[in-house]
Design a protein around this ligand. Structure first.
Ligand SMILES: NC(=O)c1ccc[n+]([C@@H]2O[C@H](COP(=O)([O-])OP(=O)(O)OC[C@H]3O[C@@H](n4cnc5c(N)ncnc54)[C@H](OP(=O)(O)O)[C@@H]3O)[C@@H](O)[C@H]2O)c1
Length: 276
């Protein structure tokens, strides 16, 4: 049973790359991608892969899973073009990775598909280090969920949610999350430059500090608050720094920012759904 991707851009390349690296043969994948340059890139990276410029029976015959990997703004049009070609005898599971698009809308645009899964990956999925929140519609059986999870795990970790609305929360925490970390990196790098380090050294200091702290936290049995307390001695340098952060309500602001992102995800879902 093959897997068909609709859209052969960055995400499709990353997921197929991860699956091929895990031993799945490239000829088990078919990709519908209108852009010739993208098809050439896929053909060069994955010899033997099936490539199509538009949906047609050969792209979908016998497929077990269709991954919708087009930009959210193109999803309605892509789904409408796909609908007449979906096999009806054994309908494939449909996995949408488009940010903000709700399954009720995907199902409607596909003319009533019910085996539906929606995932919200994040950009580290492009290097196999992502975190995807995943939700399955009620009509999706365990086998369908497993098929979808198998693809998403090629991009990193997977967390299932039982309520589709929780994917807006996932978007706020992990979808937009890499940007929060990059923002912190920017600040740490700038501080190092202000303290007279060369820019290239400042960047190394910032990256190594964040990477080291995260790995230490992951390996530790302690919560981040405990780890922070362990490096904060009374009257010391870290305590002085943290006092400045507390005065600026940095933690409160980060929490408010994540909640604002989740709220924006909900608004965007409403707007896409209003397309009809
Ligand atoms: N990149 C990430 O880390 C990330 C994270 C979370 C969620 N996502 C979601 O993943 C989806 C794909 O993102 P991406 O970064 O891979 O986007 P991308 O690189 O733009 O890839 C999408 C591809 O689909 C093609 N396409 C457009 N209309 C199509 C149609 N009707 N049928 C088939 N293919 C079509 C596009 O061609 P054209 O360029 O010619 O339009 C493009 O090559 C998005 O919905 C995004 O929200 C991505």
């Amino acid at each position: 049973m093959g897997i068909t991707f609709i859209g052969g851009g960055n995400m499709a390349n990353a997921l197929i790359g991860g699956l091929v690296a895990r031993g799945q043969p490239a000829d088990g994948f078919r990709v519908v991608e209108p852009a010739a340059a993208q098809r050439e890139r896929l053909a060069a990276s994955f010899p033997g892969i099936g490539l199509f410029g538009e949906p047609e029976a050969a792209a979908l015959a016998g497929t077990g899973l269709v991954v919708l990997a087009v930009k959210p703004q193109k999803m309605r049009e892509a789904a409408a073009a796909l609908a007449p070609h979906l096999p009806s005898a054994v309908p494939p599971v449909i996995l949408s990775i488009a940010a903000g698009i709700r399954l009720a809308d995907v199902g409607r645009w596909l003319g009533g598909a019910t085996r539906l899964v929606r995932a919200m990956p994040n950009t580290p999925a492009l290097i196999g280090k992502g975190m995807s929140g995943v939700y399955a519609a009620a009509g999706t059986d365990a086998a369908g969920r497993a098929l979808a999870a198998g693809v998403l795990e090629a991009g990193g970790e997977v967390v299932w949610v039982d309520d589709e609305a929780m994917l807006d929360a996932v978007t706020g925490v992990t979808g937009s999350g890499p940007a929060y970390v990059f923002y912190f990196l920017e600040a740490l790098e700038q501080a190092a430059i202000d303290l007279s380090f060369e820019p290239s050294v400042a960047r190394r200091l910032a990256y190594a500090t964040v990477a080291g702290a995260i790995e230490l936290a992951q390996r530790s049995e302690h919560a981040p608050a405990t780890l922070r307390a362990q490096v904060t001695s009374e009257g010391g340098t870290t305590q002085r720094a943290l006092a400045v952060m507390e005065e600026g309500e940095v933690k409160t602001m980060i929490i408010a920012a994540v909640k604002a992102a989740a709220e924006r995800a909900r608004e965007l879902g409403d707007a896409f759904g209003a397309q009809g």
